[in-house]
Design a protein around this ligand. Structure first.
Ligand code: AMP
Length: 372
């Protein structure tokens, strides 16, 4: 089976690496002009001239990023099966549509309002009560196009700095930590849920994911599974879906979803019986799903901006290095290291030991870090 992937970055690369043992072949369709997958067949098409050529070379189509024009996905869906469905893309590209869907399915979200002027932003901040987070309703990711308002008086400056005609304004969530759940749904509706990950960000970029999330109460995992199951079934979804959440004293609050394999699931490559990448390929190919049980405790460390001393990391007997074959640039995701251990204590020690060879890494902090 030939799988077409819209987008040609590291997620596509890892999908292919997981699909080769199942005898899949891969054709990447890149609209950016700078593909980095580095394997498979790549069609670069900035003007949209070669879509028919791409379609003639594939049996099924999936995607590795959500900022893809929905009309392109719909056009493709008229010729070949596209998983996940284009509606999932549409929802993820519009925070208002996403939060509305969450609300309709009983998934808790921060209280929110829409603002389409500096004055309505100020009014929203007053009504919700500061602090609030204002985000561009479309085109935002990794914390870009956002501002925190400490008081309604910040509205004018926030409106100007974001520079977008429509904003979603959310009440600032006082969370203990950020977590995510990754689930996969097969063509026949079979579902599987990975254990949740605890995610630490620095300057808007994910740095560390620990899975299973330490000290996670069983009912919290069950709540997350219920929420993501509602989304998967509502969207008649096929493939891997990620839901990012905040954990608070009052339970989980959903932030956003990603209709794809996700950075907070890279730990599954060595850390789970079947990786998120293989399970995505299984699902979009119409196969049964693989076992999602963890093999132990994992932490994924992202390699951001510079490679650091990879040779030293390769010497560590518990570290699994994944490089994306990309050039160094500040803030760029160049690879990741998966660390496995039998106890959280051992995991923390190993992560710190590894992170010292990654000069761009912020100090390791997580719910396992002693307070004070
Ligand atoms: P997003 O682009 O929506 O994923 O937001 C980027 C980051 O901003 C999140 O990972 C959180 O750390 C933070 N953030 C977003 N929304 C909120 C909120 N309503 N309350 C508190 N922090 C938030």
């Amino acid at each position: 089976m030939r799988i077409g992937v819209l987008g040609a970055g590291q997620l596509g690369r890892m999908l292919a690496l997981a699909g080769y043992p199942l005898a899949k072949t891969f054709v990447f369709y890149d609209m950016s002009g700078s593909p980095s997958a580095g394997l498979g067949e790549v069609i670069i098409d900035r003007e949209g001239q070669y879509l028919d050529d791409f379609l003639s070379r594939v049996d099924r189509v999936t995607y590795e990023f959500e900022h893809l024009p929905v009309n392109v996905a719909e056009k493709i869906a008229a010729h070949k099966p596209v998983h996940p469905c284009p509606r999932a893309l549409q929802v993820c590209q519009n925070r208002e549509a996403e939060k509305t869907l969450f609300g309709g399915l009983g998934i808790p979200t921060p209280e929110w309002k829409i603002a389409d002027s500096a004055a309505s932003l100020k009014a929203a901040a007053e009504e919700l009560g500061c602090p609030v987070v204002a985000k561009s309703n479309t085109e935002g990711y990794d914390g870009k196009g956002q501002a925190v308002l400490k008081s309604p008086e910040d509205a004018e400056a926030a409106w100007t700095s974001i520079g977008h005609p429509r904003l979603i304004v959310e009440k600032f969530v006082d969370f203990h930590r950020e977590v995510s759940i990754i689930a996969v749904r097969a063509e026949d509706g079979e579902l599987a849920f990975y254990p949740m990950a605890e995610n630490t960000h620095h300057e808007g970029i994910l740095r560390y994911s620990i899975a299973p999330a330490p000290k996670l109460e069983k009912h919290v995992q069950e709540d997350a599974e219920r929420y993501i199951k509602a989304l998967l079934n509502e969207l008649d979804y096929v493939g891997v879906l990620t839901l990012e959440l905040f954990e608070t004293t009052d339970g989980l609050v959903a932030n956003e979803m990603a209709p794809r394999v996700h950075n907070s699931g890279h730990w599954t490559i060595e850390g789970a019986m079947t990786s998120q990448f293989e399970n995505h390929i299984r699902a979009v190919s119409g196969h049964p799903l693989g076992n999602v049980a963890p093999r132990g405790l994992s932490c994924m460390i992202n390699i951001i901006g510079e490679h650091g001393d990879i040779e030293r990391i390769l010497e560590l007997p518990y570290a699994h290095v994944h490089l994306y074959n990309k050039g160094e640039r500040p803030g760029r995701k160049l690879g990741h290291v998966n660390i496995l251990a039998d106890s959280y204590e051992e995991l923390v020690w190993r992560v710190k030991n590894c992170a010292q060879f990654l000069p761009g890494s912020p100090e390791f902090k997580s719910s396992l870090t002693p307070k004070g």
